[in-house]
Design a binder for this molecule. Sequence first.
Ligand SMILES: Cc1ncc(COP(=O)(O)O)c(C=O)c1O
Length: 383
Amino acid sequence: MSFDFDTVINRRDTDSRKWHKYSGRDILPLWVADTDFASPPAVTAALQRRVAHGVFGYGVTEPAAVAEAVVAHCARHYHWTIQPEWIVWLPGLVCGLNVAAAAYGADGDEVLTCTPAYPPFLGAPGNQRRRTVTAPLARRDGRWEIDFAALAAAVTPRTRQFFFCHPHNPTGRVFTRPELEAVAAFCERHDLVVTSDEIHCDLILDPVAHLPLASLSPAIAARTVTLMAPSKTYNIPGLGCSYAIIPDAALRARFEPSYGSIVPDVNVLGFVAAEAALREGEPWRQALLAYLRGNRDYLAAFVAAELPGVALSRVEATYLAWLDVSALELAQPAGFFEGHGVGLSDGAAFGAAPGTFVRLNFGCPRATLAEACARLKRALAAR
Ligand SMILES: Cc1ncc(COP(=O)(O)O)c(C=O)c1O
């Protein structure tokens, strides 16, 4: 079966947050992390069947069929055996990060994370009266790595949690088994609960399998909250269906009451889309990965050949490219590129030093990416 990722679908003046930001301006939005692709036909068909039913009353809060789809997906793709009762449903993973921040430790306790970090990693602890403490990733031979010495130096007696992102947004790293074992050992040594955000786990572009942190050993599973969702992969974040997988009953018991009735149930369409994506979306996902590999390679070659002063480490996963623009010495790189027709995310929001990085979302038709690259080149020529 073939799928079309080349057709440019017009999202201007729709309900798209990504495109609305630049409404009325000729700026290609390559910022927020959704793609410009239509979801798999199986997802659209399942939604159409559900919409045709016409009744949208309260849904089942713990839908067994969707939980079974998650259990089967984890077994098939990650060789990770989970139980349906370990799943806690969430309307979004940012919500999950906030719930996790609130669930463990007390006011003023610290949540440790590595920078650069997806911005809610930095903001969620403060929202929940915790403190964010950061340790930078190291770049060794052009590869982003966890700096365990920096992490250890950042731990204090008030550190209760580690927020981990794997595969990593924004660097695109897929951490290896030895790296994950070192993360597990670190968290065990310092008695930390780990919230492992694995939302990008089905978007691995290199030929390696996803290894959930919690699948490494019963010991690390007992202290891990794994956050996952089909939203990034199948482009359904607007339908809000995500989940935490928490094997340890005590950890789960602390997570659930902390959100109580503040967090709404997942809506019925979100469940329908998630189940269809997980059960029937695999051929489409494989085609998507092939397309994204092509985009990644196009972008990497373009950066190397046409964008002097810009550097990109290998993007092993995700459709996000973390571009080092520090050599350009721009005070506001995202603003500069916006002025030349490309909307990127400013690295400073991810904890990078101002003026050093921008993030580019290449989850778009090749023609859009090529046009954005041409604009970036013209922007550099105009400096
Ligand atoms: C690492 C990571 N976590 C969470 C999210 C957002 O999750 P949600 O839309 O479910 O809140 C994103 C979106 O880009 C992300 O990259």
